[in-house]
Structure formats: C-alpha cells, structure tokens
Design a protein around this ligand. Structure first.
Ligand code: GDP
Ligand code: IMO
Ligand code: MG
Length: 427
C-alpha cells in the first residue's frame, strides 16, 4: 500500500517542506507534524495568499483533513493559540486539529534557559531560534517535562510543575535570573490547557484507527536531516530527529506503516544559524541567490547563508533517513546564472571523501569539490511539465539524480502551490 508519505527536509531546513506538504495534502486524509515545535517556519502560498505556519500542520487549510500534532513535538501553548488566532483572523476557521496528550509542553523557563545558554556559549553559540526547543526536549529526556495532557489534570499538573520548578529555579538563579513563580505559571497553563482541551487526545490511537480504515496519511517533518540530533552537524543541530526513521516513535504508529519518503531539497543549499557548511558562498552569486530566493528566515528574519547544491549531503540524508524520491525546490531561483555548480565530494587533509565526517572540526576543514554545468536564462516559473524546461535545466536535474541515485519526482518552480512540476505520482 502507498497510503503514507513522509516529507523530510534533506538539507539544513527551509527546503520548502511546507509547500510540498500543502501540495500533497490535497490527496491526504490526515497530515501529521511529528517533531520540533515553533522553531519551524513553513510557508504555504495559494490563491495569492501566503501563510507561515510554525507548529500547526500544513494541512490546516483543507477543512476535510485531520491535522495532528504528534507526541514527538514540543508545543508552546501560548504561541499555538496565537498561531490559531492569526489563522482565524485570516478567515481560516473551519479545520480539524488534534494535539497529542503526550507531546512535550514548552514552558516559560525553557525559553529563558535557551537564551541564557546561548549567551553563555558566547562566540560558540548555536544560533538557536530561542524558542526553548532544546531545553524542552532536555526536560523530556531527563523526565521532568510537562506533557500537554498534564495541563488537563489540576492535581497532577501541580505535582509535575512543582518538581520541575525545584530543578529549573535552581538553574535559573545560578544563571543570575529570577526564579519562576509557581502560582503564575500554574494558573496561566491550566487556563491554556482548558482552551486547548477539545483538541488534546491520544493521537496514536486515532492515527492507528485512520490507518486501519485506509486513510492516506502525510507526515510533515520540520528542520532537515543535517539538523538532526543524531545525524546532523552536531552540536550545531536542533534537539530532535527529522528523519523518516523517527516517525514511528514520534507518532505511535508501527514502522511497517511508513511506506515512502520524499526528501525535500533546494536546487542549492541554505543554512540559518551557526555551524559548518562546506559549499557556502560569500560572493555575488550568494547575494544573487539570497535576493532571488528571498532567503531570510521565516521565523527570525535572519539572512540565510547560501551555497551550491551538495550531493554529499543528499547522499548522507538518503542513507540515514531513507529517501525514495526528491522534491527539488526553488529551481527558478537559479535562472540567470551563467554556470551552476554541484558539490560531488570533499577534500579533507589532502584526501578525497564522499561522506559527511562526524565531527564539526573535520567537516569545517572539508573543501568542496565541484562539477560545473552551464546555466540557463529562460524564465521557468510558468513551466508545468518537465519538457517545458530549458535543456540545461533538465540536465541539471538529471545530474542530481545521477549523483544521488534518487529520482526527482517533483520540481518546484515558484512558491505557489500551482508552480509545481510532477514527474512521478507517488502519493
Ligand atoms: P520549510 O521550512 O521547509 O517549509 O521552508 P520555508 O517556508 O521556511 O522556506 C521556503 C521558502 O521558499 C518559502 O518562502 C517558500 O514560499 C519559498 N518557496 C518554496 N518553493 C519555492 C520555489 O520553487 N520557488 C521559489 N522562488 N520559492 C519557493
Ligand atoms: P524548518 O522546519 C532552518 C536551526 C536554528 C539553529 C538550530 C537549532 O522551517 O525547516 P533550535 O531553535 O531548533 O534549537 O535551533 O537549528 N533551525 C532551523 N533552521 N529551518 C528550521 O525549521 C529550523 N529549526 C531550527 O537556526 O541553527
Ligand atoms: Mg522554514
């Protein structure tokens, strides 16, 4: 059966996962965000309207779709309610949203600690989104986390918050910050829980029932494989795993239910925040790509670092996550470049390698080795079939397939839902 499809970011995030999820959502019954939180920013453009979602799944615009925020997520209830209010203000009022009772809750002290840790690291900061993502996942694993379902039980929530604050207030004060007041947080979060109560449920049970009845389920990853806590450029990563492998754990569905994975990547590469980036450009080409691609963070507005397409990174993503197909995004941005380059390997201390080294020290010393292909000048934003693309553009896509060993099923030639070339129907 091909009833499930996982959307995985195959680079350092912002590859266009929102657009692809929204594109496939028209065929889905259920859309599931399975990890991360409001560090993500997923842009969706249709009918001349643009939306940026942070923690809400990208199926929210279709009233028939069941949207799930699964147990692997870290959810900030304050920002979730704000996000919902922004959707309401834009006229999106008819939707179905289900929040896992087991998802971790981002608390005010998580944000405070995220900022403080970054400051402590000084010149070696990660460049996090300061949304409290790392500290919330840390608490989950050190078993002092609060879960969304806890907010619905006043007595149990009091116990959990009491225990958490014992630890957290020690940390906050040792960092020179004010301790958090129990009553203030308790009352605020109980009230937030009440507002979200109608949506909080056991999403694993619901997803399994959906699967059994033959529903089509789309899993929307956040971030990208190179930001994965296990397989990314550690420590310059996020605190969860965006790989397809993490979907079963993050959702409470059996691994055998995961059918296919589409790796979403830009026709070049970007990265926000710090950390090694072998194909990074600092010249006029970087400026050209950044301006044409509007490469500024969806959440933070930070300019994104820009570089050439890296086939070593894609092969790494393919290996650690499993990628059956590629969605090649922002292809139109490369139009007008005289030559385009693809990184095929690295030179590390005089040796040729085609793998991503495990340490950032070694990755930072890697020099990208490129092949160069002729560019194209034709506007491709209205192309709707592969045949309509200029020969040089087609050759670029085929070269990516050859180097990664993965078929490019979708080519995206603009931000709008309609600006999409489908080469193979996969869902
Ligand atoms: P995500 O985090 O992976 O969902 O990606 P973001 O939304 O953060 O960043 C992708 C950006 O590229 C957004 O502004 C999209 O609207 C835009 N975008 C997506 N696909 C294309 C495309 O094919 N061409 C152009 N020009 N922009 C695109
Ligand atoms: P989407 O889903 C790009 C980056 C941050 C930082 C690192 C750790 O839109 O692709 P965190 O706040 O998660 O602890 O930050 O990860 N980062 C992203 N970069 N896209 C994202 O999400 C990101 N989410 C986190 O910039 O370098
Ligand atoms: Mg983004």
């Amino acid at each position: 059966m091909n009833n499930t499809l996982v959307v995985v970011g195959a680079q350092w995030g912002d590859e266009g996962k929102g657009k692809i999820t929204d594109f496939y959502a028209r065929k889905a019954d259920v859309v599931v965000r399975h990890q991360g939180g409001n560090n993500a920013g997923h842009t969706i453009v249709f009918d001349n309207r643009k939306f940026a979602l942070q923690s809400i799944p990208s199926g929210i615009f279709n009233p028939h779709i069941k949207n799930v925020m699964a147990n692997g997520m870290v959810i900030n209830p304050v920002s979730l309610i704000e996000e919902l209010e922004r959707l309401h203000a834009a006229g999106i009022t008819d939707y179905k949203l289900y929040i896992s009772d087991r998802a971790a809750c981002v608390m005010p002290y998580h944000r405070m600690l995220d900022g403080a840790y970054e400051q402590l690291k000084g010149g070696r900061s990660i460049g996090t989104t300061k949304k409290g993502i790392g500290p919330a996942y840390t608490d989950k694993y050190s078993r002092v986390g609060i879960r969304m379902g806890d907010l619905l039980d006043p007595e149990y929530f009091a116990e959990r918050l009491h225990d958490a604050l014992l630890q957290k207030n020690l940390e906050l004060t040792s960092l020179g910050m004010e301790p958090c007041d129990f009553d203030t947080i308790y009352n605020e979060y109980l009230a937030l829980g009440e507002r979200l109560r109608p949506m909080i449920c056991d999403t694993s049970v619901m997803l399994n029932e959906e699967y059994e009845r033959g529903s089509k389920i789309l899993f929307e990853g956040a971030q990208g494989v190179m930001l994965c806590i296990d397989h990314g450029t550690y420590p310059f990563v996020t605190s969860s795993s965006p790989t397809a492998a993490s979907v079963p754990l993050n959702t409470g569905l059996a691994p055998r239910y995961v059918d296919r994975t589409i790796g979403v990547c830009k026709a070049y590469t970007t990265r926000v925040g710090e950390g090694p980036f072998p194909t990074e450009l600092h010249d006029d080409t970087a400026t050209y790509i950044r301006e044409r691609g509007h490469e500024y963070g969806t959440v933070t507005g930070r300019p994104r670092r820009v570089g050439w397409f890296d086939a070593v990174v894609l092969s790494h993503a393919r290996r650690v996550s499993g990628i059956d197909y590629i969605a090649l995004m922002l292809f139109d941005v490369l139009t007008g470049l005289d030559k385009v380059r693809i990184c095929t390997g690295y030179k590390l201390d005089g040796e040729h390698i085609e793998r991503v080294p495990s340490t950032i020290d070694r990755l930072s010393r890697c020099q990208a080795e490129y092949i160069e292909l002729p560019g194209w000048t034709e506007d491709i934003t209205s192309a709707r079939s592969f045949d309509e693309l200029p020969e040089n553009a087609k050759a670029y896509v085929r070269k990516i397939e050859e180097l990664t060993g993965v078929e490019v099923a979708v080519v995206s030639v603009g931000p709008d839902r309609e600006q999409t070339i489908v080469r193979r129907d996969i869902f």
